[in-house]
Ligand binder design. Sequence first.
Ligand SMILES: [Zn+2]
Length: 79
Amino acid sequence: MTCRDVSRFLREYFEDELVPAERQDIEAHIAECENCRTYLTQYQDTIKAAQLACEDANVADLPEDLVKAVIAAIAQERR
Ligand SMILES: [Zn+2]
């Protein structure tokens, strides 16, 4: 599991679509990787902000494009 893998699976992680083994791999990586912890926090903040913006939306209802744009923006910030 690399940082790249984590960012790729993050959406599924939050939507609870991962099989337990994948989830464990991600959690194990995050526990050891400060970069990914920061990334996760930013992602959660972004999701929360988006949910506040459109009240009863949940992550699964957010437009795919929006989520991708957010992930791309965060990835750029990390460089
Ligand atoms: Zn990482």
